[in-house]
Design a protein around this ligand. Sequence first.
Ligand SMILES: N[C@@H](CCC(=O)N[C@@H](CS)C(=O)NCC(=O)O)C(=O)O
Length: 289
Amino acid sequence: MPKIRAQNAAVRELKGLHLYHAGWSNCSMRVRMILEEKGLQWTSHHLDTRRGEHITPEYFGINPKGLVPALVHDGDVWIESCDIIRYLDDSYPEPRLTPADALQQAQQSEWMSLAAAIHVSAVKTFIYAATAANRRRRTGAEIERYRALQTDAELLLFHAKNSSDAGISVAERQHAEQQLRDAFGALDRQLREHRWLAGDNFTLADVTWVPLHYTLLRSGFDFDHYPYVAAWANVITQRASFQNAVLRWFDGPPQTSAATLKETASPENAAAVSAAAYAQDSTDEKAGS
Ligand SMILES: N[C@@H](CCC(=O)N[C@@H](CS)C(=O)NCC(=O)O)C(=O)O
């Protein structure tokens, strides 16, 4: 889904690029990475989704599904992370992150579609079932507030299940894991033959998948059988965009000064920082989806 007209009139007045996002949200990471890759100036509107800061009439007036991220560009609202990053790549083509070659473009689209298709049934299900913070049952008042705002049937069902006494079932978690194994198996086969997901260069396909790898790893998904995925992810962690858009935001809005940020993001420090970040134990309390 693409550009929408915000019901929240205040955002229609916003100028420039404004991102509504959450630090640990993998979908938000994609957009922050693109903003960083292109060196764009943007205004952050950080929402702590674990505290339900996105479940308000104001935010549903921006994204009618009440999900992060949402991008507002000169008053126009863009939702769905894959559509947002495509829009940014078209609007700010330097550096271009969509392949020029038609076949590679098609590959990029396939990888992006796969990520979107399995988001709720695999990614969200696994992360919520695996991380205690997400498993937290919403209170009666929170559930009421959510039901009053949410119209999307799949999300209503998902959150009702997650907040129920039984929680997400073992069968659903196993189904989620199987879908993730299938997807990362396909990534691994591609990356055995090619340096990047859509061929010769780093593209939107890589930006779509590396946050999934990162948040799933931190949620305890077993990546032992995907050596080419591990090597690919390791290379990407050394990009300044990964440092600044993923690692620096994972615990919430960065507190450090711009100078410290630059220093940490230098290529010399990147390897150490990424090794430390990836060394975090699994079953992270914060990974979100
Ligand atoms: N298909 C959407 C999925 C967005 C999504 O599920 N966002 C998560 C964070 S990654 C979220 O807002 N979760 C909060 C919730 O489900 O209430 C996209 O790609 O933007």
